[in-house]
Design a protein around this ligand. Structure first.
Ligand SMILES: NC(=O)C1=CN([C@@H]2O[C@H](COP(=O)(O)OP(=O)(O)OC[C@H]3O[C@@H](n4cnc5c(N)ncnc54)[C@H](O)[C@@H]3O)[C@@H](O)[C@H]2O)C=CC1
Ligand SMILES: O=C(O)C(=O)COP(=O)(O)O
Length: 395
C-alpha cells in the first residue's frame, strides 16, 4: 500500500485499494493544489508529485527530475473555469454592477423604483462589443477566451511564444505590439524564468491610457513596483489580479481576487479526478499521462510483472539493459520507450514467475540494472490485476 502525503485536501475514498493518506516526511507520492511542495519531501521514496491544476511553479521540477520523481498536472481541466472568470472580470470592468447593487440595497421608503432610477446616471457603463482584447499566452485558457471574446464582437489580438493556428486571433510578433493596441490585456502565461516580470516598466509605457490589465497567470509575471508606478502616473487605467499582495491593497486602481480562477465545482472535481487517476496508474503500472518532466508512456499491463526505467538518455542505454535482462534469462514480452529532452522512460512487460527468480536473484537483477550509467530510477511492478497469477518468490 502506497503512502500519500496530501498537502491540500483530496477525497481519496475511491482509491484506498492502492494508496492511503498519511502525513509522513518520506511519502511515495504527494498530492497538491497550488501550495508549495517543500524540497524536504523529495526523498528517495518519492515516486510522484501530482498537481491538481496546471501551474507547477510551486514544485522544484529540476530536483524531482534528478530524483526520478514524475510530476503530473491536469492540462485544460480548469481552463473553462478561468475563461469564465476572465469574462466576468471583463464585464465587471465596463459596467459598475456591484456599486449599483450596493447603492440600490441602501435605498428605503416609498417610490423605490423612481428613487433607484434617479441614481442611474452614476452607473453608466461601457460595452465590450467592438473593443480590443489582447491575450498574452494562447494556451488552453487563452484559446477558449479568444473564441468567447470573438463571439462577443471584440477584436481579438494575441501573443504566444510559439504562434498557434487559431481562427479568431490576430497574432502579433511581440508583446509590445499587443500592448499598443489593446483596451484589455489578459495575462495567461505560466510562471517561469522566462516569464517572470514579463510585464515591467518598458511594457507599461506601451499600454494605452484607458487600458485594463487582467492577470490570471501568476502574480510574479508582473513587476509590482513598476506596476504601481505606472498606475500612479496614469500610464494605464486599472489592474485586475487573481493573486493578492499586501502592496496592492487599498488602491482604487487595483481589483484583487483571492486566486479564484479554477475555483468552480466542475474544475475542482475534473482536476482532482484526473490527478487521482494519474496517481493510481503511475503507482500501479508506471503509466505516464500529462507529466511535465517525464515522457508520455502507456503500455497495457498484460504480463505478470513489468520493469520501468527512467534514465538520462544515451545511445547504448537500451543495449546495456537488454544485456542485463539476458544475463538473468528474462523475456521482453512487450516494451515501449519514449524520450523527452535529455531523459528517457521505458516500460518492459516481463514474467519473473516463469523464470523462477529467487528473492536473491531479483535483488541482484535490481542492483545490476540500477548500476547502469544514467539510470535514475528503476521500478519493478507486480500486476495488480486479480486475473493474473501472483508472484510467489522462492526463498
Ligand atoms: N488564476 C487561476 O486560478 C489559474 C491560473 N492559471 C495560470 O495560467 C497559466 C496558463 O494556463 P493554461 O492556458 O491552462 O496553460 P497552457 O500550458 O495551456 O498555456 C500556456 C501558454 O503560454 C505559452 N507560453 C509559455 N511561455 C511563454 C512565453 N515566455 N511567452 C509567450 N508565451 C508563452 C505556451 O506556449 C502556452 O501556449 C498557468 O500556467 C497558470 O499559471 C491556470 C489555471 C488557473
Ligand atoms: O491550475 C492552476 O494553475 C491554478 O492556478 C489553479 O490552481 P488551484 O486553484 O490553486 O488549484
Amino acid at each position: 500500500m502506497y503512502q500519500i502525503n496530501a498537502i491540500d485536501d483530496f477525497d481519496v475514498t475511491e482509491f484506498t485499494d492502492t494508496f492511503q493518506l498519511k502525513e509522513t516526511t518520506a511519502p511515495d507520492a504527494v498530492l497538491v493544489r497550488s501550495s508549495v511542495v517543500p524540497d524536504s519531501l523529495i526523498t528517495n521514496h518519492l515516486l510522484l508529485v501530482a498537481r491538481s491544476g496546471i501551474g507547477t511553479n510551486t514544485i522544484n521540477i529540476d530536483a524531482c527530475t534528478k530524483n526520478g520523481t514524475a510530476v503530473f498536472n491536469t492540462p485544460g481541466a480548469n481552463a473553462n473555469a478561468v475563461k469564465e472568470l476572465v469574462l466576468q472580470s471583463l464585464f465587471a470592468s465596463v459596467r459598475p454592477l456591484q456599486a449599483a447593487i450596493d447603492a440600490t440595497a441602501e435605498l428605503s421608503g416609498d417610490q423605490l423604483q423612481a428613487k433607484a432610477e434617479a441614481t442611474r446616471h452614476q452607473f453608466v457603463g461601457g460595452e465590450l462589443y467592438g473593443k480590443t482584447v489582447g491575450i498574452i499566452g494562447l494556451g488552453a485558457i487563452g484559446q477558449r477566451l479568444a473564441n468567447s471574446c470573438y463571439h462577443l464582437g471584440m477584436q481579438v489580438i494575441g501573443y504566444n511564444r510559439s504562434p498557434k493556428n487559431l481562427q479568431h486571433v490576430q497574432q502579433l510578433e511581440t508583446i509590445e505590439e499587443v500592448l499598443q493596441l489593446a483596451d484589455f490585456v489578459v495575462l495567461l502565461l505560466p510562471l517561469s524564468d522566462g516569464t517572470r516580470h514579463i510585464m515591467a516598466a518598458k511594457q507599461f509605457r506601451e499600454m494605452r491610457e484607458n487600458a485594463t490589465l487582467l492577470n490570471f497567470g501568476r502574480g510574479e509575471l508582473v513587476d509590482q513596483d513598476a506596476l504601481l508606478t505606472a498606475l500612479k502616473q496614469g500610464q494605464f487605467h486599472h489592474y485586475v489580479t487573481d493573486f493578492p499582495h499586501r502592496d496592492l491593497q487599498h488602491n482604487s486602481a487595483v481589483t484583487i481576487l483571492p486566486h479564484l480562477g479554477g475555483n468552480t465545482i466542475e474544475a475542482l472535481s475534473n482536476s482532482a479526478n484526473i490527478t487521482l487517476q494519474n496517481t493510481r496508474d503511475f503507482l500501479e503500472a508506471g503509466t505516464i499521462r500529462s507529466s511535465v518532466n517525464f515522457p508520455t508512456a502507456d503500455l497495457p499491463f498484460t504480463s505478470p510483472q513489468r520493469l520501468t526505467f527512467f534514465y538520462e538518455d544515451r545511445p547504448t542505454f537500451w543495449a546495456d539493459v537488454t544485456a542485463v535482462l539476458n544475463q538473468f534469462g528474462l523475456p521482453i514480452l512487450e516494451m515501449m520507450s519514449n524520450t523527452r529532452d535529455t531523459v528517457g522512460y521505458t516500460i518492459v512487460n516481463t514474467n519473473l514467475i516463469e523464470h523462477h527468480l529467487t528473492i536473491n536473484q531479483r535483488t541482484e537483477l535490481q542492483q545490476a540494472l540500477s548500476a547502469l550509467p544514467g539510470m535514475i530510477r528503476l521500478r519493478m511492478l507486480d500486476n495488480p490485476s486479480e486475473l493474473l497469477p501472483v508472484l510467489e518468490l522462492q526463498p
